[in-house]
Design a protein around this ligand. Sequence first.
Ligand code: G4P
Ligand code: NA
Ligand code: NA
Length: 190
Amino acid sequence: MEALKQRILEEGIVISDQVLKLDGLLNHQVDPELTMQMGKEFAARFREEGVTRVVTVESSGIPAAFATAYELGVPLVFARRKKTLLADPDALCERVPSFTKGIVTDILISRQYISENDRILFIDDIIANGDAARGVVKIIQRSGAELVGVGIVVEKSFQAGGRAIREQGIRLESLVRIMSLNDGKVTFED
Ligand code: G4P
Ligand code: NA
Ligand code: NA
């Protein structure tokens, strides 16, 4: 997606060889126009899959996942980050480490919003080591739903997350793939 590459070059801040700050378009500010384009692109790629629900994780996955769900005309379900007193006691829960936060978190989805009759498209903003994604994939599998694919806005392909998901035989589509952040510079694949 060319417009997205352009915005990443304009707004992305290379923090280290591993981390690209994307607050201007994904993690703090959202451009509705660009985000709707992301949704159109994911919807086009997965249109034939009979998706019944889009799933993401709060918080930064929500805008792109919402745009995708809107385009496909299906509900968006976002996994919650931690248990609250109001959480469904038998929600599906996975504990995952977080690369940028350096902590473990629980992610959960109520069984009310995901069932064995669903065909799920999982959308997320960034994939790094893929810990969060692996947790969501496990929750979807435990629910008995069919995971038809994963859509990622920015895949850091020098980290193993995307590859690990594909090695499970899951279709993963990313809108841009970053192959390196070396020398303070964003280098895309292709
Ligand atoms: P992954 O499982 O999604 O691959 O990510 P990982 O656990 O490795 O990283 C956890 C969090 O760090 C995720 O956000 C992920 O989007 C974010 N992250 C990883 N690498 C980068 C990076 O280079 N730049 C930025 N901006 N974020 C990165 P999260 O915990 O899901 O938080 P939220 O943003 O959804 O609230
Ligand atoms: Na994030
Ligand atoms: Na995220």
